[in-house]
Design a protein around this ligand. Structure first.
Ligand SMILES: [Zn+2]
Length: 168
């Protein structure tokens, strides 16, 4: 019999019950955490407490709480000292066996102390879209001027080579 609230061996079920990464945000249906493999300073995940794989299977309460979670996590990102966050993250016990290069890399970025200039909001909704854990996690990725050479096309770049819609 499968448990409707948590699934065994689901990392984000462990997160949502407080057994893994510390919450930086919580409301009725969601928790927010800072990703421990950040691709940019403030990279955060918004995770439903209930084990639900797809955004299209969210229940009524999750629908109602979704934007509160996104904007709540954004507020926390914008009021967090990123240098302190990542220095502390490097010292988390459970991360000691994992590669810490992503954390060390963001600590070196020239815009570490800046407020985000923009956001990429994403959800890999299915394995073919790149999801590796089948428990919904919405990515709130702060973007900074100069973080990539050319941000043009944004999320269209998940299909390389077909992202450019500008006329030559
Ligand atoms: Zn789960």
């Amino acid at each position: 019999m499968s448990n409707t609230l948590t699934e065994q061996n689901c990392y984000f079920c462990k997160v949502s019950t407080g057994e893994a990464d510390p919450f930086m945000f919580e409301n009725r249906s969601f928790v927010g955490i800072f990703d421990t493999n950040p691709v940019n300073p403030g990279h955060a995940l918004i995770i439903p407490k209930r084990h639900v794989a797809s955004i299209f299977n969210m229940n009524e309460a999750e629908h109602a709480d979704y934007f509160d979670a996104i904007s709540g996590v954004k507020s926390v990102i914008e009021t967090t000292d990123m240098t302190e966050l990542y220095k502390h993250m490097l010292n988390r016990d459970y991360l000691q066996d994992r590669p810490k290069d992503p954390i060390e890399t963001v600590l070196q970025l020239p815009f570490l102390a800046n407020l985000p200039d923009a956001y990429t909001i994403g959800n890999n909704d299915g394995r073919e879209a790149g999801r590796s854990i089948d428990h919904l996690h919405v990515i709130l990725l702060p973007r900074y001027s100069g973080d990539v050479e050319s941000p043009s096309g944004g999320i269209r770049n998940v299909i390389p080579g077909r992202a450019n819609y500008q006329r030559k």
